[in-house]
Design a binder for this molecule. Structure first.
Ligand code: GLU
Length: 579
């Protein structure tokens, strides 16, 4: 329908250069910088910086391009969190454009006969789809902190969508995992499959429908997405998903008002300190900023410089465990739930919990009681221990900085790889399944409610030293995002690794479980490092790879180092502007 399969012949400098050059995963220089998982997206950001745009303009350009090249992880059918360090204002602010539950939502929506429905059953349906926030998020970011228009910043992405690109291993691999999901919906099948199979590696993929949708947004602004024909198409796709013959699917009752009424939130980030650094992370509805700050507060009670690598990593795993015990119990959208943020972030509370960092792996822990550490003790909740709910592990994170000192850490997503699997007919983008990030069983602070934003783990992070950016980091990976960002920070700050080494090191994800997730790709299982931790009681479960992080380090001489994944997720691209 709207896929063009043709030989790789393109006149575009942007796309041509991609096929000729290997992607650098580390770049150092004096100009603006970018790190993303997509070569085209990183080049789009540099093109915008070279045209005089700032980091916010470049971040929107990179994000829009990622929506073309990595459509299974992110896009305008989803939402995200953009953290911005504004050099002029000398402050960090965040733009929350998380997907929101429509008006018809209620706590029992994911239950049948009093039982929580299976996560897999809900994902490829209309009821998993939240009102998308990305387009309004971009518009707000540009309007408040950017210098360019949507028209200018979407231009590189429109070019890539129209001219297309060669299907990579990674694109193929992810589409392959989603063959069954995409085959349920006519437009998804037509766009991403060939004879119901993922497009082969080396074939050419373009997305003229998405190019046209971007053009409409470039011309009409966010209003063109949230009202009018595109909005009508979104609502129709959610309420009567465009299924192939023989497939029946739960449908929803999203309305045009749900789209028209969507609002972005400007939020104060979570601020904490760690060994002389100022750490800024994402506030609720993400749990990322709080959990990372809590784990760092716990680690700060110990002298890691005197610890062996094994001891330091053991403490990292146990601090993460305790942070997750509280995260699972307390954190949700603060517009609907009283989250004891001050107590959770209190250094005194961390000291109170720190004795639980024992010499051996502890096994699952219950949540602590942060209420005694709140200035406002009126918060009445004492939630019981909650388990880690099922969550997907696929989104994308990008980092951008500019010559003026602005920094953007931006994580955005459509939740599962391929989201709900529903491509909006004729529009070229997938709708999210973000509402499956709600807890399915009530009562819980993160239960589904109308107009609520589901709890996230996305953790765009900006770290300052003496008031100036020191580094920025973020990753995809569902709830492993929190551990990836935390571990990378510990590697960098406590274990003395460069940001590049910190990001390349094997990852371990302990989220208050009996076992810790580790990466096969990086050869961690069976390694000396693994055996030393096993001797302390840690038990490992393997997964192929965890996360796909991107970051930028800022050096005292004014130079910057952009760092992207050297091995995971098909290898990312880090670029610095040429002088
Ligand atoms: N839904 C996840 C979250 O908001 C993001 C998906 C992912 O990282 O894979 O935390």
């Amino acid at each position: 329908m709207n896929r063009a399969l043709r030989p790789v012949i393109t006149l575009s400098l942007l796309t041509l250069s991609i096929t000729l050059q290997a992607a650098p995963a580390v770049s150092t220089g004096q100009g603006g910088a970018v790190a993303t998982i997509s070569e085209q997206a990183s080049r789009a950001a540099i093109a915008i910086l070279d045209q005089g745009g700032n980091a916010i303009d470049a971040a929107v350009a990179a994000a829009a391009t990622l929506g073309v090249t990595d459509p299974f992880s992110c896009g305008i059918g989803g939402g995200g969190f953009m953290l911005i360090y504004s050099a002029d204002d000398d402050k960090v602010i965040s733009i929350d454009h998380r997907e929101t539950a429509p008006a018809y939502f209620h706590p029992g929506i994911f239950q049948q006969n009093g039982e929580a429905m299976a996560w897999e059953e809900v994902v490829p349906t209309g009821i998993s789809v939240g009102v998308p926030g990305t387009v309004l998020g971009w518009q707000e970011a540009l309007g408040r902190y950017g210098t360019m228009s949507l028209e200018q910043t979407l231009a590189p992405a429109i070019e890539v969508a129209e001219q297309g690109f060669t299907v990579t291993d990674n694109f193929h691999r992810i589409a392959q995992k989603n063959e069954h999901k995409f085959a349920r919906f006519e437009p998804s099948r037509a766009l991403y499959l060939q004879n119901d199979k993922a497009l082969p590696v080396g074939s050419h993929f373009s997305n003229p429908d998405l190019a046209a949708t971007y053009r409409a947004i470039a011309k009409g602004g966010a209003q063109a997405f949230y009202e009018g024909d595109i909005a009508r198409d979104i609502v129709a796709a959610v309420n009567q998903p465009p299924v192939v013959d023989g497939v029946s699917v739960l449908s929803a009752t999203m309305t045009l008002n749900d789209l028209k009424d969507y609002e972005v939130r400007l939020r104060q980030p979570i601020h904490s300190t760690y060994r002389g650094y100022d750490v800024y992370g994402m506030a609720p509805p993400s749990s990322g900023g709080i959990a990372i700050a809590q784990a760092l507060n716990l680690l700060e009670t110990r002298d890691l410089s005197a610890a062996s690598r094994t001891e330091a990593e053991h403490l990292y795993l146990e601090a993460s465990r305790l942070a997750f015990a509280d995260r699972n119990a307390y954190v949700a959208d603060t517009e609907f739930t009283d989250v004891p943020i001050a107590g959770l972030l209190s250094k005194e509370y961390a000291k109170h919990r720190a004795p639980l960092l024992e010499a051996r792996a502890a096994g699952q822990r219950g949540p602590g009681d942060p209420f005694a550490y709140q200035d406002d003790p009126s918060v009445p909740l004492r939630p019981a221990a909650a388990g880690l709910m099922q969550e997907s592990a696929h989104t994308t994170h990008l980092a951008v900085s500019d010559r003026h000192g602005n920094v953007v850490a931006y994580t955005f997503t459509i939740e599962d790889w391929g989201g709900s699997g529903i491509v909006v007919p004729g529009r070229g983008f997938l709708l999210n399944n973000e509402l499956t990030d709600f807890d399915f069983s009530a009562p819980h602070p993160n239960v589904a409610e109308a107009f609520k934003r589901p709890r996230s783990s996305m953790s765009p992070t900006i770290v300052l030293r003496d008031g100036k950016p020191a580094f920025t980091i973020g990753s995809p990976g569902g709830s492993t995002i929190i551990t990836t960002v935390l571990q990378t920070m510990v590697n960098h700050i406590d274990l003395g690794m460069s940001l590049a080494d910190a990001l390349a090191a094997p990852r371990m994800s302990q989220r208050n479980g009996d076992t810790t997730l580790v990466e096969t790709l990086l050869g961690f299982p069976g390694s000396e490092q693994a055996r030393a931790l096993e001797a302390l009681g840690h038990r490992f479960v393997e997964t192929d790879q965890i996360g796909a992080a991107n970051g930028i380090a800022f050096h005292a001489d004014g130079s910057v180092t952009a760092v992207s994944e050297p091995r995971r997720h098909g290898v990312g691209t880090a670029l610095v502007q040429q002088q």
